[in-house]
Unconditional design. Structure first.
Length: 301
């Protein structure tokens, strides 16, 4: 559960756990690209990657919940669990997998660099807070940078991949905020496990129905295994625990390094070139997120 940091050791441990979670999530885009493949060389179906990673992680979660004798969710929490599942189990994985058929992982890393700012905005709206003018200015600047980057990369026109990535950003914001709300009511690790278990009636049949009919490369299965075990499950253990131990406000700042880690990982994993323009836009987006997250929001009277 969320608690107040009372010892410097807890803060340092929380930061390291948060950084571990961010490092795990940073590999999600390159590994998803590896799993689904580009449009001209498709590998695993995006729907299979989405449903399969959640279904298998859900089975692992079921074992973990039984082994730890975790309490069941209350009836009044089910709606919030539904929002979290929509964002983290279905929305982000599916939109990201579809997008990565059309854009490379580095491009996706820049566009999804808006996730921390979108999450802060969703939290402000959910909690009925009033973001400052500066916050809105940073949000607008970040969106403008992403649109400009997409136009430059798309020869003057946004692509279908960009639209899908923006959908992934919105879904992530909803999933993170609802998950954070639940993490104040139960142990942080139990949140993602219950989200995955409650999604099993949908994810298991979808995985079976979308099972690939043609052989794919071993590297595609490797990417799928990573997003199943790490991105969809263990990464949330480290991330949520880091937020709980070290404090949400401080630990959440390490998420700013995620786009850079994704850019760097795409070089050895996918052989994508690290273009100066991509790095420049990534830096600019991260700067707007960094400033925006530090600006205050106030509750209405």
């Amino acid at each position: 559960m969320s608690r107040t940091v009372s010892h410097p050791h807890d803060e340092a441990r929380g930061l390291w756990l948060g950084l571990l979670g961010v490092a795990i999530f940073a590999l999600t885009l390159p590994m998803t690209r590896l799993a689904v493949g580009p449009a001209d060389d498709p590998q695993l179906p995006p729907l299979f990657v989405t449903a399969g990673r959640a279904a298998l992680a859900g089975l692992l979660s079921l074992v973990w919940l039984v082994a730890t004798r975790a309490p069941r969710p209350r009836a009044e929490q089910l709606a919030t669990f539904g929002v979290s599942a929509f964002g983290t189990v279905f929305g982000f994985p599916l939109f990201a997998a579809l997008a990565l058929r059309h854009v490379d992982a580095m491009h996706a890393a820049v566009v999804t660099g808006l996730m921390p700012l979108a999450t802060a905005l969703a939290a402000a709206l959910w909690l009925r807070q009033r973001p400052s003018f500066g916050f809105w200015a940073c949000a607008a600047a970040g969106c403008a940078l992403v649109v400009a980057f997409a136009l430059l990369q798309g020869s003057g026109q946004p692509t279908r991949g960009d639209a899908l990535l923006l959908g992934a950003v919105v879904c992530t914001a909803l999933g993170y905020v609802s998950g954070a709300r639940l993490a104040t009511q139960m142990r942080a690790e139990q949140v993602i496990c219950w989200v995955l278990v409650l999604s099993l009636p949908l994810t298991l049949p979808a995985m079976w129905w979308s099972w690939p009919e043609t052989p794919v490369r071993a590297s595609a299965w490797g990417g799928f295994a990573y997003v199943t075990l790490f991105s969809m499950w263990l990464g949330f253990f480290a991330w949520y625990r880091g937020l709980a131990v070290g404090g949400t406000v401080r630990v959440s700042q390490v998420q700013l390094v995620q786009p850079f880690l994704s850019l760097l990982a795409a070089v050895p994993l996918l052989g994508e070139p690290l273009e100066p323009l991509t790095v420049a836009f990534a830096l600019a987006v991260i700067a707007t997120v960094f400033v925006g997250k530090r600006l205050p929001t106030t509750r209405p009277a």
